[in-house]
Design a protein around this ligand. Sequence first.
Ligand code: EPU
Length: 301
Amino acid sequence: MSNNDLQQALRAIGFKGSVRRNVPMHTMTSFRIGGPARYLLFPADRTDMHRLLTLFEARGLSCRMLGNWTNLLVADEGVPYPLIRLTRGFVELRRDTTMVQAEAGAPLHALLRFCAREGLSGLEPLAGIPGTVGGSIRMNAGSWGTEVADVLSSVNVITPSGEATTMQRHEINATYRDIGLSHRHIILWGMFSLRPADPAAIRRSLREFHHRKRNTQPLTLPSPGCIFKNPPGTSAGKLIDEAGGKGLRKGDAMVCPLHANFIVNAGAAQARDVMDLIDTIRDRVFRVHGITLELEVEILT
Ligand code: EPU
């Protein structure tokens, strides 16, 4: 679809959100890598979101919903299809007894702060995970033995057929780093079931978990988070470390000396450098341990 065609189609559906064109993704992603996204669309509200999906469905166009540009490796050539991001209009956090309803565009850290203020405990181990509520639900983000699915009680989505529906936790087949909803399900909000606790104790716990993460992971360097999923019963970082992976480099992409399951961008790394490094790491780990590592990071081409 040409720029003019999309512009016209958006006008025709009364799209109220904003559109950005040819945005260099290295300015957006937590990895600071990626070529131009042809269109970034920021719907203003649910009606906008519905209309967009109906438009893409009717025209047979693909699009992708993204969280906070974390956990992503965007190709150097960029992305030709529209990327959708929920921001203002999708950030409300609301308490109802010991439940918190969090809209998908809210930053995860805002949800953690809100819960601390409200004296609701359960999400503290997720402190320091970047990204949005929607992104962390989709990938069933986790840390220190707790994952989103442990405290999620329901999730509101727009289904691929355009219907808005609330799915209860038992209807969702969550597994490690995957909430079990396809990318064609658009997550609008999640309901979290928490426990009452002292706000000061929650804040203390948030600080401790964050501190632990800072001491073991490169939180201040550009990276997408862990590159590989942990194979059952072991840690990908440990396997890479034991295979002598720390410090391996291709261009400006480097296996982090602090934690081997992170590739960091030490300057102006390109996506193809990262892909090469991923292949090298996989080969090494397979040679040493006989295990094939599976990617956790999502590749957008
Ligand atoms: N280890 C090494 N060398 C390394 C890294 C780790 O020997 O370079 C050892 C550690 O000493 C420890 C074990 O491996 O004995 C496990 O390490 P860690 O506690 O750092 O946990 P992990 O399994 O490497 C997982 C998650 C992280 C999460 C942490 C903390 C995955 C792929 N990674 O890492 O999640 O923050 O546990 O709970 O599931 C992410 O998913 O993006 C992520 C960062």
